[in-house]
Design a protein around this ligand. Structure first.
Ligand code: SAM
Length: 331
């Protein structure tokens, strides 16, 4: 029997949300996410096996984990992801499973997403223009991703959150189009401030932060603040008067939400990270591969929780503050 400890950090934050990167591989090359040169890839044997992840989640649930998000890399490119989602959904005590995907394989995966009980997905969609989409992601996939989003919408997934990283001179001419989309569909369009993680072709000068976006949106229409629900993440939520959907801002750079952060991350290679924006990590793969007991897994999880800093130390600097690539950590 595991001890009755819970994942509570030194600042009394209850860490009940685990984000799991199941692969560092991706079928897109978003220019703000991947290095300009060759992408370093984890060796297959270094990536946690599904049964190892399931075991970690089971122990995590005993320690208070209630929510899990599956991410990557691109989670839907990993072989066996569909069965994995099903196994995850069978873990007792796990209340919520969600998925972050680039949407390329969304239509093909919809059955398994639904049968795993997943109702909430985030899809990255940095442009509504196929040409710009290709320039940002490296692939001519807009139509396929859009078909995936429509398929998810028609199958009742809700809310569908569309993640946009606003970049000057790349997609910031589309704010009006994104605003329009929120009138047409009940999607939550969330602008994520670019964070200097790993190496990429983008630097902080290209980032557009929430205050500027909000100002630019206010010229399009009246943005009304939406009250947060209990299950809500860090997005500041707004709605244009009469719109079905929402506009949100994730302000990691300009207004950190560390005080209420309830997250831990499990990287594709089995490292626990208590903060996305810190390179501090706790190795869970080695003890697991050495045949450790569930009690030891619990101890490592508790230790990782205690490593969580009070707040991240990112400033709007031009140098990457986190050396690992986002694809390996899991966004
Ligand atoms: N492949 C999936 C996808 O595209 O949604 C999941 C992984 S991706 C790393 C998760 C999210 O992280 C995406 O919405 C992406 O836009 C965001 N992201 C990646 N690098 C980022 C950065 N440097 N700053 C802010 N967001 C970033």
């Amino acid at each position: 029997m595991l001890q009755k400890n819970k994942l509570i950090d030194k600042f009394n934050r209850h860490l009940n949300y685990l984000r799991i990167s199941i692969t560092d591989r991706c079928n897109l090359r978003c220019l703000y996410c991947v290095p300009p040169d060759k992408i370093p890839k984890l060796k297959h044997e270094d990536i946690l096996r599904y049964e190892e992840i399931i075991r970690i989640v089971r122990v995590g649930v005993d320690l208070g984990i209630k929510k899990v998000r599956i991410t990557g890399g691109e989670p839907l490119v990993r072989k066996g992801a569909k069965d994995f989602l099903k196994s995850l959904s069978e873990i007792k005590g796990l209340e919520d499973i969600s998925l972050t995907t680039n949407g390329v394989l969304l239509k093909d995966s919809i059955e398994s997403i639904l049968s795993a009980g997943i109702r909430r997905i985030n899809v990255s969609l940095d442009s509504l223009d196929p040409q710009t989409y290709k320039k940002i992601t490296g692939f001519d996939m807009f139509n396929r991703v859009w078909a995936g989003i429509m398929c998810a919408h028609e199958n009742g997934l809700s809310p569908i959150k569309l993640n946009v990283v606003p970049l000057r001179g790349r997609n910031d001419n589309e704010l009006f189009d994104f605003a329009n989309l929120s009138f047409k569909y009940p999607f939550h369009i969330r602008f994520i401030e670019y964070m200097p993680i790993g190496h990429s072709d983008i630097n902080a000068q290209k980032a557009i932060y929430a205050p500027e976006l909000q100002e630019r949106f206010s010229k399009i229409g009246n943005l009304i603040s939406v009250e947060k629900g209990l299950q809500d993440g860090p997005a500041k939520r707004f709605r244009f008067e009469g719109a079905k959907g929402e506009i949100g801002f994730i302000t990691a750079m300009t207004h950190n939400f560390c005080r209420n952060c309830n997250r831990m991350r499990l990287t594709a290679d089995g490292q626990l990270r208590a903060c996305l924006l810190s390179d501090i990590q706790t190795d869970l793969k080695t003890p697991i591969r050495n045949g450790c007991s569930d009690e030891v897994i619990a101890e490592v999880l508790l230790k990782a929780a205690l490593s969580k800093g009070e707040a991240h130390k990112l400033s709007e600097s031009t140098t990457p503050a986190v050396s690992s690539q986002m694809s390996a950590i899991g966004g």
